[in-house]
Write a protein that binds this ligand. Structure first.
Ligand SMILES: *Cc1c(COP(=O)(O)O)cnc(C)c1O
Length: 228
């Protein structure tokens, strides 16, 4: 498995260009490695990539074991079932998909004492899609307040996966609504610093509207091998 260094470099340049054009600070690149083999992650790590996003806990744990010799930063970006809270608290650095209050206590309880707090983003179902995970925009404040009471968790901001819209203006509108939610949340929680939105097809637009962490899979690794 090889990923040309030019692919990641070109992506980093597009990310920087989008931020510069919008007068924003540069966004971080999260490499979304679901369905990709550990060797592909190792190849990217050799190019300097440190942050990786996975959707499935068991798949991630298998790769983490194979890559235990590397100092990587692992993000869970897929839906979290309550019976997986312990594994997430023990084996991830970030949880981007927190969307309900009942996950908070088990995550905090299982975070190992010697580790940094688990970084948490609240996932918002910004387009109110029936099939999607994420909380309603109106639930963000209460969830954030609850997270902030746990010293084993560190509230860092918000994440969203807007509905796939054919036209850029509809997508832009979703990003703009997320940015407004983020700004409102920061009044209560001045330390939050992360707005995670934008994927392979729309990260430029997301950055233009204030994303500072973009989650990119296919544009980095190529097509996924399994239909997730
Ligand atoms: C798969 C996935 C991505 C990456 O999608 P690409 O279109 O391959 O860049 C980003 N975020 C989440 C939550 C995902 O599940």
């Amino acid at each position: 498995m090889t990923i040309s260094p030019a692919t990641r470099q070109a992506l980093l340049e597009r990310i920087d260009a989008a931020a510069r054009a919008a007068g924003r600070t540069p966004a971080r690149l999260l490499a979304v490695s679901k369905t990709q083999p550990a060797e592909a992650i190792r190849a990217l790590a050799a190019q300097g990539q440190r942050a990786f996003g996975e959707n499935y806990v068991q798949e991630a744990l298998t790769k983490q074991r194979e890559l235990a010799d590397l100092a990587l930063e692992w993000h869970l970006i897929g839906p979290l079932q309550s019976n997986k809270c312990r594994e997430v608290a023990q084996h991830f650095d970030w949880l981007q998909s927190l969307d309900r209050a009942k996950l908070i206590a088990p995550l905090a309880q299982h975070r190992p004492a010697g580790r940094e707090p688990l970084n948490v983003l609240v996932q918002v179902n910004i387009d109110d899609e029936a099939s999607k995970s994420g909380c309603a925009p109106g639930e963000v404040a209460a969830l954030a307040a609850r997270i902030a009471t746990e010293s084993a968790l560190r509230l860092r901001g918000l994440m969203a996966i807007p509905a796939p819209a054919p036209d850029a203006e509809t997508r832009r509108a979703a990003f703009v609504r997320m940015r407004a939610l983020f700004d409102a949340l920061r009044v209560e929680h001045p330390a939050i610093d992360t707005l995670s939105m934008g994927m392979s097809d729309d990260f430029d637009l997301a950055i233009a509207e204030g994303a500072n962490l973009v989650r990119i899979g296919t544009a980095l690794f190529g097509p996924r091998t399994a239909p997730h």
